[in-house]
Design a binder for this molecule. Structure first.
Ligand code: DP6
Length: 326
């Protein structure tokens, strides 16, 4: 069998990843902790065909842009290097959410590609080895290999063999709801990879961000272990705004927010003042993700839907691990 289809869910970081310690191996400068989301998925089929030649990539049924095709092709070459073959690949990938607009599509994309690609190539990698492979596609991708709460390790080895992800808590152990307030469907102006390298080169706050991460990770691990939702929420918002401060201090500034992004942040603060436990997090894009307890999800959705500039609101629970489809 030289073909395989895999599905992976998107994830959102509660303690954010921003910065690399090695660009060529894509080693993160910081660890991170995330939630895997049930509703947002990427399904990818990889088939290796005998003989060299250009790899083919379609995204949502249409030929992918050349940049995306080359990024996938470089990644597939890492799989080819593991098997010692030169076969070309045909890849069909579909997302059930907007691509490139801050919904972490590269995470589910490279998790699905790592799983489908390695299996199609005849490899049966351990979850650690799969994480190390997926990380070379995108630093947030190893987190999408697992369900529920997941930690991505920064590692310290130069070869990256200790930079992989591990599950912290299964999705059914502590059900939470995430609402995504979509404020724009457009591709973001600066991708995470180049944004991170600009922050490292120019932001005076970047080193402080890196230095504080171990204590933020430890605090989040403890809050998750004790199921302290208010503490998880407070740490999530703090990590998000600290990362955006680093982005804003980058030159030229990385400003990913739209007016509706700020309006949605305000709306969540108002909700919280009225006693609803809800907390925001925002990635390298304008969407606002809101973390709440399932009991309050409908109230939060209703409130977000009325925020000016919010186009639509997605509601999702926590998702499971990436898996191969029959
Ligand atoms: C802001 O994983 O997309 O979403 O490793 O360069 O592919 P690369 O970056 P990527 O970065 C995600 C950054 C973030 C925060 C996070 O998800 O932790």
């Amino acid at each position: 069998m030289n073909a395989c289809t895999a599905i992976a869910h998107a994830n959102i970081a509660l303690i954010k990843y921003w910065g690399k310690r090695d660009a060529s191996l894509n080693l993160p400068a910081v660890g991170s902790i995330s939630l895997t989301l049930e509703g947002l998925t990427t399904t990818t089929r990889v088939e290796f065909l005998p003989g060299a030649g250009d790899d083919v990539l379609t995204l949502n049924g249409a030929p992918a842009a050349e940049g995306a095709r080359l990024r996938a092709s470089r990644f597939l070459s890492r799989i080819r290097a593991l098997t010692g073959t030169n076969d070309r690949a045909v890849v069909h990938s579909t997302n059930d959410f907007p691509t490139g607009a801050g919904l972490a599509s590269s995470a589910s994309a490279f998790a699905a590609l790592a799983l489908a690609g390695s299996r199609a190539a005849g490899l049966d990698l351990s979850s650690r080895a799969l994480g190390i492979l997926a990380r070379q596609g995108s630093g947030s991708a190893p987190r999408s290999l697992f369900g529920g709460f997941v930690e991505m390790h920064r590692g310290s080895r130069a070869d990256g063999d200790d930079a992989y992800a591990e599950p912290l808590l299964a999705p059914d152990v502590w059900p939470l709801t995430v609402l995504v307030a979509v404020t724009s469907e457009h591709e973001k102006a600066t991708g995470s990879t180049s944004g991170m390298s600009s922050s490292a080169a120019t932001s005076p706050y970047h080193q402080a961000w890196i230095d504080q991460q171990p204590s933020d990770l430890a605090a989040m691990r403890e809050a998750i272990a004790s199921r302290d939702f208010a503490r998880v929420g407070e740490l999530t918002e703090a990590s998000c705004f600290k990362m955006h401060a680093d982005m804003l201090a980058t030159r030229p500034a990385l400003l990913y927010w739209k007016p509706a992004t700020i309006a949605a942040i305000d709306a969540v603060r108002d909700l919280r003042a009225s006693g609803v436990p809800a907390y925001v997090t925002i990635d390298a894009g304008p969407q606002v993700k809101v973390l709440t307890l399932p009991f309050h999800a409908e109230r939060v959705r209703e409130h977000l839907q009325h925020v000016p500039g919010v186009l639509r609101v997605l509601t999702t629970g926590l998702g499971g691990a990436a898996r191969v489809l029959p």
